[in-house]
Design a protein. Sequence first.
Length: 187
Amino acid sequence: MKKPTVKKNWWQQNVRAVSVVATIVMAGVIVGGIAWAKGRPTGGGNSNLVYLSPSSGNYVSGSTITVAVRENSGTTPVSAVQAGFTYPSNLLQFVSIDSSSSAFTTDFSPATQATGSILLTRSSLTGQVSGDQLVANVTFQVLGSGRANLTMSTTCQPTSATANCTALSSAGSTITTSTADANYRLK
């Protein structure tokens, strides 16, 4: 006696193909995530990072460079950020600071610019923020050729009103913070 044939539904007929496609998609997501993460500054594993973006690039004399000063606190809520960095004033001329798109909506202390030095001190009075956030955009004009190293300042002197350092704050407490500098090739 012949066994009756049971008609398989679509899923039963295609389970192997669906499994292969799902495996390929997951592998792509994992590889893409790793590639994305490798392109992001990490601060040596510390998720509390203040960095400059782009971190490198080539620019010609007479052009402008807009450098985003950013902080990435991961899941740590942050209420204030102070970011100081130096730049070679013989190669770059300060043009402006724009904080209109900053997640930190209030100037805790007005941004300062001295020849070769920038200091931003901003806070979020509407609540704490976390993750990767813009602090401000700083624009420079390229004056000449060479290597322009923008170096984040890491030494804080809390008693000095003009301390040029980098720090994050959460509910009034300073958070351990790492930094990532930028290096531009000027032609």
